[in-house]
Design a protein around this ligand. Structure first.
Ligand SMILES: Cc1cc2nc3c(=O)[nH]c(=O)nc-3n(C[C@H](O)[C@H](O)[C@H](O)COP(=O)(O)OP(=O)(O)OC[C@H]3O[C@@H](n4cnc5c(N)ncnc54)[C@H](O)[C@@H]3O)c2cc1C
Length: 405
């Protein structure tokens, strides 16, 4: 078994996305984006295709935040749970945009992204889990989501590697998946071909303000003047530093650990994404099986822990005994950018300053709709209807009531 052991974060699946062309910072651009993750690059590509000059500044390397740590599920049905109804229309809208996004991305980058429309199986083992699965199924049906109840025998017919103890399952045909490493590599290349300047190892240290308007940004000694600055700094967007106290965002890091197993003809694999109450597993076309992900509200605490890996492996082995023979190829951790209501924040914070963050565990699912919403906001001056429920205003504290005289 070989594991990468850089200090932190540990080992990324198949390495980082192909780095963009290194370039010096331009002194001026129509748009300057803070953060070279999935959201920053999706927006950059969209705006560059519309003819804008765009520069992206990334503190580390492309995708080094959450984006290369993800599993790549586009799974509004399997992920649907109590409280997520407000997000569902946006999630379904984005899912419908994915085929167009994929086609354009693959054509303009010349790279495939392993888009798989195989659906999800959500499993139950034992009576208690079956009851909870029935509750989930009712919730899905009430929200108009397509999901079919399957007895254990039918689940095992679809996935012969699963244990006989799997009692029932829900098949969610709507759920699709992509390979995050391929998406990030394709986005980096599509951005490069569209003329986006991506500068890695360029931490943004301050925003420039003039007359109540953001006019650019600073990266140490260097500065970029920009018509619009877009904050797409993921889990770090809630940190103080770049924003004045009146504009801080209710976003925090939610750590997730995952691992990649190597499947072979001998070990077998899964034909589709499988969910249990403990883990999800996602087979990729190159033979990797991703097992994810822990959910840890522990702030920025880098690294992969024995407890995290144990929970993932135990959860996977409970339903798929074949994992015992699979080689562990990589382990890693990342930080979901999570807002106080788990939904994204897409908004104008001040003249010249736009934000797109808080995508929590749905960044891949929501990337196409986010890029379109931000493009319309920047170029048309207003958020499209579908994105209006996701401004920062929803977190505003009600004014304290004044005592009447
Ligand atoms: C374990 C795990 C599994 C996941 N699985 C899925 C999944 O299956 N499906 C799904 O849809 N989503 C999934 N997600 C969520 C998804 O990965 C995120 O929602 C998405 O990647 C967020 O993208 P982002 O660009 O906003 O953030 P990031 O990828 O974190 O990018 C933000 C970037 O900003 C940079 N940055 C921060 N501050 C500065 C600064 N001052 N100057 C310059 N750069 C800065 C950071 O270095 C970082 O690279 C998962 C996340 C995790 C952690």
């Amino acid at each position: 078994m070989s594991l990468d052991r850089p200090p932190s974060p540990i080992g990324r699946r198949r390495g980082a996305a192909s780095p963009s062309e290194r370039a010096g910072l331009p002194v001026r651009a129509d748009i300057a984006i803070v953060g070279g993750g999935l959201i920053g690059l999706s927006i950059a590509w969209r705006l560059a295709r519309a003819g804008r000059s765009v520069v992206v500044l990334e503190r580390e390397t492309i995708g080094a935040g959450a984006s290369l740590a993800a599993t790549g599920m586009l799974a509004p049905a399997a992920e649907h749970e109590p409280g997520s109804d407000p997000l569902l229309p946006l999630a379904l809208d984005s899912l419908r945009r994915w085929p167009g996004f994929r086609d354009a991305l693959e054509a303009e980058s010349g790279q495939a992204i392993d888009y798989r429309p195989d659906g999800t199986l959500v499993l139950a083992v034992g009576r208690d889990e079956v009851e909870r699965l029935r509750f989930r199924h009712d919730l899905q049906r009430r929200s108009g989501l397509d999901a079919t109840w399957l007895p254990g025998s039918e689940v095992r017919r679809l996935e012969p590697g699963l244990r006989p103890s799997v009692t029932a399952g829900l098949h969610c045909p709507l759920d699709h998946q992509v390979d995050p490493c391929r998406v990030m590599a394709a986005l980096a290349e599509a951005c490069r071909r569209a003329g986006v300047v991506v500068v890695e190892h360029a931490p943004v240290t301050a925003l420039d303000w003039s007359g109540g308007r953001v006019t650019g940004l600073r990266a140490g000694e260097d500065g970029v003047a920009a018509g619009t600055v877009i904050l797409a700094s993921g889990a770090w967007s809630g940190e103080g530093g770049l924003l004045p106290p009146t504009l801080t965002l209710p976003v925090r890091p939610l750590k997730g650990q995952s691992l990649a197993l190597r499947t072979t003809a001998r070990t077998g694999t899964l034909g589709r994404m499988v969910w249990t109450e403990q883990v999800h597993m996602a087979p990729k076309s190159d033979g990797q099986l991703i097992v994810g992900a822990t959910v840890e509200d522990c702030g920025f605490r880098p690294g992969v822990t024995a407890g995290g890996l144990y929970a993932l492996l135990e959860g996977a082995r409970r339903v798929l005994p074949g994992i015992e023979e699979m080689e562990v190829e990589a382990v890693w951790s990342g930080y979901r950018p999570t807002s106080d209501d788990d939904a994204p924040i897409i908004d104008t914070l001040a003249p010249g300053l736009v934000v797109a963050t808080g995508h929590h565990r749905n960044g891949y699912l929501l990337a196409p709709v986010t890029a379109d919403a931000v493009a319309e906001l920047v170029m048309g001056g207003a958020l499209p209807e579908f994105a209006r429920p996701f401004t920062r205003a929803r977190f505003a504290q009600p004014e304290p009531k004044r005592a009447s005289a």
